[in-house]
Write a protein that binds this ligand. Sequence first.
Ligand code: COA
Length: 439
Amino acid sequence: MLKKKYTCVKVDQQKDGITWVIFNRPEKRNAMSPTFHAEMMEIMTLLESDNDTKLVILTGEGVSYSAGQDLKEYFRETDGKPEVKAKASNDSKWRSEKLWMYNKPTISMVNGFCIGGAFTHCICADFSIAADDAIFCLSEVNWGILPGGMVSKMVTDMFSQRDAMFYACTGRTFTGKDAARIGMVNYSVPKKNLKKETLKLAKELLEKNPNVLRATKHAIRAVQNMSWRSAADYLNAKGAEIKIRDAARGHDAYAEGIKQFIDEKAYRPVFSPYVGAADGKTTAKGGKARASAARKPQKAAAAASSSTKTIKAPAMAAAAKKAAVKKAPAKKAAAKKPAVKKAPAKKPAAKKPVAKKAAAKKPAAKAAAAKKAVVKKAPAAKKAAAKKPAAKKAAAKKPAAKKAAAKKPVAKKAAAKKPVAKKAVAKKPAAKKSAAKKK
Ligand code: COA
């Protein structure tokens, strides 16, 4: 717990492990002076090893997130003072070098003006959420410098070339909504929901195994500029690091995650982390069932339409609840019997993405598929496809995995560029098998 008080920054540590770091020069629109940087460097360094801090949220007091470097104190007053300038520049690296590979998750919550040098800590935080009406601007071109301190590099890496050139050269403002569209922030929300949405993301992250999360975020950063071969080695090493870090708390995420899914049916990895991921307590040792294990089902449609929601099919939620109550014998029996026989009518459809899609679009087909799934073992997809020639055609032509890849340009692109990934997709036995059945 940080006890010290700072002049330019407020630190607000919550009991749940979330620490708010609030830029606190509202009268100067949170412009970053040398003192501000020195304080931020100290704070971020201390929080990185502070046991009470599991995640950091950066935001600004007042109408501004940050108006960038302080033109008076950071620039003009350090001119002709190389040592002072060098120290200020060094301290300002809390935004770039420190944040980029920070050991704990970070979120920038852009509440208002985000100008020039403030792009750095907006971009280098792991996640960023903006108010719809926040104002972003690369103002440098308007007052006499280029976007330095790596801002030009960052926007070139993050934006399209067109957007980077446009906003750097015109100095035009853009809103939080625009920032989401061009990929500068994860998403934007109405200002009244900003804190709530930011906390929602923070809490979701806190449910993960912190060692897995740490290695994952490091990996996503580090592999960006690596060769294929180096990335493979780095990822292997990082995987081993998870085991070492987990072992230090008497835990093994990998073994636990598989055990809880395959043997204990305690959760489904698609919808939530395993029980006790955050605190490293295993179910066998009496770890408490996580709230998400019994989370109320969300409507599939609503979940699919929102990138911020956890998708959870009704059948999954029911299973998760069941697992939380730990009815071992019943679960075991369920595991042995084919899902088609035991599950409610909708379950087979839920397990077959192609069928599910067809059924979702055609209520009549859905009902028919559901009925038949109860009576016979025949896959719902086949039945639905038989009734609807269009669906059949689609199912026959496209194995589910292929279809998904075709719909997702990013995945497709990655698969096309990386021979190994492509091979993996092509070899997916489950997808092939189901396609073969459907044929
Ligand atoms: N450096 C130093 N002081 C700054 C500052 C900055 N980057 N941004 C704002 N301030 C100061 C102003 O000088 C003013 O101080 P004063 O009250 O002592 O005169 C105070 O903050 C309020 O600024 P003001 O312009 O009156 O507020 P506003 O709400 O009308 O406008 C901005 C806010 C951010 C649009 C405007 O202040 C601005 O354009 N700032 C410059 C941002 C910039 O170019 N940053 C450089 C990034 S590298």
